[in-house]
Design a protein. Structure first.
Length: 389
């Protein structure tokens, strides 16, 4: 029996508490930056397992020093989404909060971060129970606020780099709509870089019956939205990837009032730094030109937020991980993940240390089932074999 097998044989001893922990976490999700209960429960479990625990920037990091050997970091994100759960599971979330407008919104783990937390806690306990079978240091990092692209940076700003031993490699994973019991790997870019920008277009308000006295921001916004569609179709080379989505366009409140401004929320996804720079510059160029053409009384403003770095797996590490998965799960349970157009802030931590990393996908749904996408109100991975995987 290999040392890996000896450690994994202890899985049965941790399975029940993991499943119970998962159900509790699924039923009690917390929004980005508000993960107090989750972080406290994680820290308590790590301490009980023998880890040295620190709380940094809203997150939790546990270190298990086990003699001479490599230092390895694994990361899980803890936050949930403002999505009302519709799964009808016995342990479904009934939590609510209020959004920035004061409206009551449901909260759920519609992106599967409850799976990530539980899996990493389980791995941490397995390594502690099987400490006689390996040497080195394991760092378990539980990050807040991934959904707002701020949690990894918050932990770094709180001193993470100096607070833990320098890892040699970092690992992360995400539960996806793959078949439960499978894993998906990808060398090179695996998750896109993401940028969101709030664009304010300025017009001149007027009575709806006197449009000649206005600079109508609704018409201006419509022109901008249409023109932005040409960036990908006419400015990005065929074969290169880019997405430009206008997710929100808001102006005015009454039919007979021409508003004095419009606000667009635009999202960009790219895999290449040069493409990203070109797309963002093109957005500003087009918006400014359309505002000039409309006679806007003042220049538009651009407020960038929720900016995610590219997740770019190290080729050698990704190959080593893939071979390890094939050796454990079998070739048929390891799939080519391909590039995923979603974005993550996972890479900020290994980039801060200047170390390679690998980020992979984990399946969570029945074979042949039409899995709901991440962020769906129906997103609820199977407990098993997902947690064991």
């Amino acid at each position: 029996m290999s040392r890996n097998q000896a450690v994994l044989q202890k899985l049965s001893a941790t399975r029940q508490w993991q499943e119970d922990f998962y159900r509790d976490l699924h039923a009690h999700p917390e929004l980005s930056g508000q993960e107090a209960r989750t972080a406290a429960n994680v820290a308590e479990r790590l301490v009980e397992t023998g880890y040295a625990v620190q709380r940094l920037g809203g997150g939790v990091v546990g270190v298990l020093a086990n003699g001479e050997g490599p230092v390895v970091l694994a990361r899980a994100d803890m936050d949930a989404l403002p999505v009302t759960e519709l799964t009808e599971l016995a342990y479904a979330s009934g939590e609510t909060s209020t959004d920035e407008t004061g409206a009551v919104v449901g909260i759920s783990h519609a992106c599967g971060h409850d799976v990530h937390v539980t899996c990493l806690l389980g791995a941490a306990e397995l390594l502690a129970r099987g400490a006689s079978e390996w040497q080195g240091t394991f760092v378990a990092l539980f990050q807040p606020a991934e959904e707002t692209a701020s949690g990894a940076q918050a932990m770094l700003d709180a001193g993470l780099v100096d607070a833990i031993p320098r890892p040699e490699v970092a690992f992360g994973q995400h539960v996806l709509g793959l078949e439960a019991g499978t894993v998906g790997t990808q060398a090179g870019p695996v998750l896109s870089a993401g940028d969101s920008v709030r664009i304010t277009l300025y017009g001149k308000g007027s009575h709806g019956s006197m449009p000649h006295l206005s600079v109508d921001p609704v018409v201006l916004a419509a022109s901008v939205v249409l023109r932005l569609q040409t960036i990908v179709s006419r400015e990005v080379k065929p074969g290169e990837f880019a997405v430009v989505t206008v997710g929100s366009s808001v102006a005015g409140t009454k039919s007979n009032v021409i508003a004095d401004r419009a606000v667009l929320l635009v999202n960009v996804r790219t895999y290449d730094d040069a493409v990203r720079s070109h797309v963002l510059a093109a957005i500003e160029r087009i918006v400014r030109a359309e505002c000039d053409a409309a006679g806007s009384p003042q220049p538009p403003t651009f407020d960038y937020y929720d900016q995610y770095p590219l997740t770019d797996n190290d080729a050698e590490v990704a190959e080593a991980v893939t071979q390890a998965f094939r050796g454990h799960f079998g070739d048929e349970r390891v799939v080519a993940l391909g590039r995923v157009t979603a974005s993550e802030d996972f890479s900020r931590v290994p980039d801060a240390f200047g170390i390679p990393y690998c980020y992979w996908g984990v399946g969570g749904f029945a074979a042949g089932a039409e899995a709901p996408p991440n962020h769906s109100p129906f997103f609820a991975p199977l407990i098993q074999p997902t947690l064991d995987t």
